[in-house]
Design a binder for this molecule. Structure first.
Ligand code: DO4
Ligand code: MG
Length: 296
């Protein structure tokens, strides 16, 4: 089962449960924010009260986050990420230190309205030149700080901008189309061990595979609930938060994304996220133009 958002025939967003090939609206729930305000126990009850199911095929999926929801990221949580940052950066020691530090690296990635989902484009900056996807397990926490589910995140990143100076991380990480989430959230009670999931990525260019990578969340050095607790210590998340937990897959330095590349990230038990790379901010004008009340 996945918690999803999709467009009704009138264009309004609907929150529902996708099971197999069909989707059923959750009764009395108008937004993901409403679901994310429930306790885990109340959410388990809410998802059992659904209306008439419709075929999933052909529906327009919306990102599984809305309202005041935010996406955050943890960084340098896999040995591979520490090594790749040290290779690309003029300031190696900061990455080495944060990997083992008590305080994790956490940064805000996107408010809900900037998030793209499966089938929409992901972005690279016109002033970058060296860009990669970051395939990551994303943890969904409700407004009470409880982990309620998991999904797939692509933390699109500019290696060239971050490589010059770690203080440029916000510019390397937050830009139009930089944050993609799979369209469905797998409830936490259906995932036996989130620290034992295989993550795969395939990148194709004009139909040819140009990069493949794989890792396991078993290699993630941080505890998931501890990461959420650090986020909630100084912050309220009144409509919940989705935390991407860092990448364990970084291509070698000679690989860089190009416009038109197709990135497919799969996480065992959670699902798949597929996006095509677009250059610059114009392809993402639809995000700024959307009517938050009616469209997303
Ligand atoms: O330190 C920069 C961010 C690293 C990151 O996003 C990751 O490890 O996934
Ligand atoms: Mg990352």
């Amino acid at each position: 089962m996945h918690l999803v958002r999709y467009q009704s025939s009138s264009g309004r967003p609907v929150v529902g449960v996708r099971t197999g090939d069909s989707v059923a609206p959750i009764e009395g729930v108008a937004s993901m924010a409403e679901l994310f305000r429930l306790s885990l126990a109340d959410l388990q009850t809410a998802v059992t009260k659904t209306g008439t199911a419709v075929p999933a095929d052909g529906l327009k999926w919306l990102p599984p986050i809305d309202g005041r929801g935010e996406v955050w990221c943890a960084g340098v949580t896999y040995e591979r990420s520490r090594g790749a940052r040290m290779e690309e950066s003029a300031e190696q020691s900061v990455y080495d230190k944060v990997y083992t530090a008590e305080r994790p690296e956490l940064f805000q990635k996107a408010p809900a309205w900037r998030v793209v989902t499966d089938g929409e484009p992901v972005g690279i900056r016109v002033d970058s030149g060296h860009d990669v996807p970051e395939p990551e397990l994303a943890v969904v926490a409700n407004s009470h700080g409880e982990i309620i589910g998991y999904t797939v995140c692509n933390d699109m990143s500019s290696r060239s901008i971050e490589g010059v100076n770690p203080l440029y991380v916000p510019q390397a990480k937050l830009f139009a189309g930089g944050c993609a989430l799979a369209s469905g959230i797998r409830p936490a009670w259906e995932v036996a061990d989130a620290k034992d999931l295989t993550i795969d990525v395939v990148i194709t260019r004009a139909g040819d595979e140009v990069f493949t990578g794989t890792t396991s969340t078993a290699k993630l050095i941080r505890d998931l609930q501890e990461l959420i607790d650090v986020l909630f210590l100084p912050n309220d998340f009144p409509d919940g938060v989705i935390l991407a937990t860092g990448t364990g897959i970084v291509p070698e330095l000679d690989f860089r994304l190009e416009e038109g590349d197709v990135i497919t990230i799969s996480i065992d038990q959670l699902g798949t996220l597929t996006n095509t790379v677009a250059l610059g901010r114009e392809p993402f004008a639809f995000l700024a133009a959307q009517n938050l009340e009616e469209k997303r």
